[in-house]
Design a protein around this ligand. Sequence first.
Ligand code: FES
Ligand code: FES
Length: 168
Amino acid sequence: MQINCTINCTINGKPYTRQIEPDLLLIDFLRELGFLSLKQGCDTTNCGLCTVWVDGTPRLSCAILTAGLQDRQITTIEGQEKEAAAFGQFLADEGADQCGFCSPGFIMTVLAMEKELNNPSEEDIKQYLSGNLCRCTGYVSQMRAINKYLKVTSQDHIQDKEREGDPR
Ligand code: FES
Ligand code: FES
């Protein structure tokens, strides 16, 4: 007989307390709670479709036991709606939104990369995204979308900094 345990964690800024089985994977926990953006594209931790953030870092939710996430902050794409929509528009403009099955995990990885890497090179971007597979696009249109998106967001950051330094 399995003994359930109690998990306390935060998902998209909201606290959750649940009784869970000790071997419950994070992807199943989140989908049971209604975060249906999460997709499972493999059984081998290779596709990246199930990517969420744990304490702001992208992680594969199919490879993490929920029981180990006591008091951690979990973020799914539902918690990054505005940012995801902004980048999603770049994907759409470049024709990179085909079946869309890989998009939630891919977008979460791109948004994490944007926060983590400063002015990444093409190689840095490819390296960061190497765990996110897409069966439709061939990656060229995705790379175009990322480059355009990063250009716009870095300009926004510069303008924010200028505004912060503006004494008016
Ligand atoms: S479902 Fe493929 S890496 Fe998680
Ligand atoms: S758009 Fe179809 S798998 Fe990526």
